[in-house]
Write a protein that binds this ligand. Structure first.
Ligand code: 13P
Ligand code: SF4
Length: 350
């Protein structure tokens, strides 16, 4: 990451307010109020697998969805509700708004961002693309609307390898941004000609190969599941490398009773629900006494809470947490986003 991007990420991390810790009575109270307000506001809750278990449970109980970033985008676009409450990080809210401009989109807090998004500023990225006009521009969903507007394709980790393979078969040379680990992973998988932007996820970058190997020695029958935003040394140990939804599927389908998981621990809610008899172990990070600022839980995902969600729903104006995207940027970003959805759908129907 550039020094400027590192500074930006640090600055955001210093300003983080995790969601308020609630006692049982407060939790019940907020949950009841949110349920009533979702109905009254014709709103549906769309939550990511990394949000806290109580947010995921509420999305399920109220007919919303808990999903990866690709499915969140698809669900939000197709759902008939006039209002979307997106519990995740900012790029997910922006994507929802771009795909459904007629809907109002709110988030519990617009401060919830992503180090990949911060690590890929629009202007520097545009200069990078301009310097390589012969390359097809593929950006990860974890980017701002303005960066998407500059892209030919948007992609999520669940379809990244397939898309790069597809473009490579057509002889295209590629710019990949912003996650260098995922970019390196798809390059190794496909052999495509990929020029990578240099940014990383502060959560996945913390996983350590040495720690995972030690853990595997302690649990020799365990399978290791790794999200490809992790460093190469960790990916190489994995039995399964995949997006959040692919790791959940593997957790259910693998015969192993114990699973060592290198991704955000929010995913354990869904894994435990779908594979209740199994044991899930968090892959080690640097540890709280060292430099680790995330420790297997995205600090921005953790900002989504019942209290701030309730505040947003109670206020007609969404307590200032409504997503707006410049219409011209949205119009341009819609093109690569639509391509992503169509490509994802074509893979699903194979
Ligand atoms: P998914 O696309 O697998 O949901 O991942 C999003 C993300 O932010 C991973 O860190
Ligand atoms: Fe971004 Fe990493 Fe958080 Fe995912 S886990 S939203 S990539 S900072």
């Amino acid at each position: 990451m550039t020094a400027q991007a590192i500074e930006l990420v640090r600055d955001h991390l210093d300003r983080i307010n995790p969601a308020t810790v609630l006692d049982d009575a407060q939790r019940r109270n907020f949950r009841d109020r949110i349920k009533a307000l979702l109905q009254a506001r014709d709103a549906v809750l769309v939550a990511h697998y990394y949000t806290d278990p109580e947010i995921q449970a509420l999305a399920e109980e109220t007919g919303g969805c808990v999903a990866d970033s690709l499915e969140m985008a698809r669900f939000g676009k197709e759902h008939p509700a006039s209002t979307l409450i997106v519990a995740g990080v900012r790029f997910m809210g922006e994507t929802a708004k771009i795909l459904s401009p007629e809907k109002r989109v709110f988030m519990p807090t617009l401060e919830a961002t992503c180090s990949l998004d911060l690590g890929c500023p629009e202007k520097a990225f545009a200069e990078f693309c301009d310097a390589h006009p012969d390359r097809t521009v593929v950006v990860y969903a974890n980017t701002s609307a303005a960066v998407k507007a500059r892209a030919d394709w948007v992609v999520t980790s669940s379809i990244a390898v397939e898309l790069i393979e597809h473009l490579d078969r057509q002889g295209e040379k590629i710019i990949w941004a912003p996650d260098k680990h995922l970019g390196d992973y798809v390059t190794r998988q496909t052999g495509a000609d990929v020029l990578c932007w240099d940014s990383a996820c502060i959560v996945h970058e913390e996983f350590k190969a040495r720690g995972v190997l030690d853990l595997r020695e302690a649990y020799p029958d365990a399978a290791v599941l790794v999200h490809p935003e992790s460093p190469q040394a960790v990916v190489e140990i994995a039995d399964v490398v995949g997006s959040t939804s692919q790791l959940i599927k593997a957790a259910v389908e693998l015969p192993n009773q114990t699973l060592i998981v290198a991704t955000d621990r929010g995913i354990f809610y869904k894994m435990q629900q779908l594979a209740p008899g199994k044991t899930f172990i968090e892959a080690p990070t640097a540890g709280s006494g060292a430099t680790c600022r995330s420790c297997a839980h995205c600090p921005w995902m953790a900002m989504n809470g019942l209290e701030n969600m309730c505040r947003v729903l109670e206020d007609e104006q969404g307590a200032g947490q409504e997503i707006f995207v410049d219409p011209e940027i949205a119009r341009k970003a819609m093109v690569p986003l639509d391509r992503m959805l169509a490509f994802g759908a074509s893979l699903a129907s194979r």
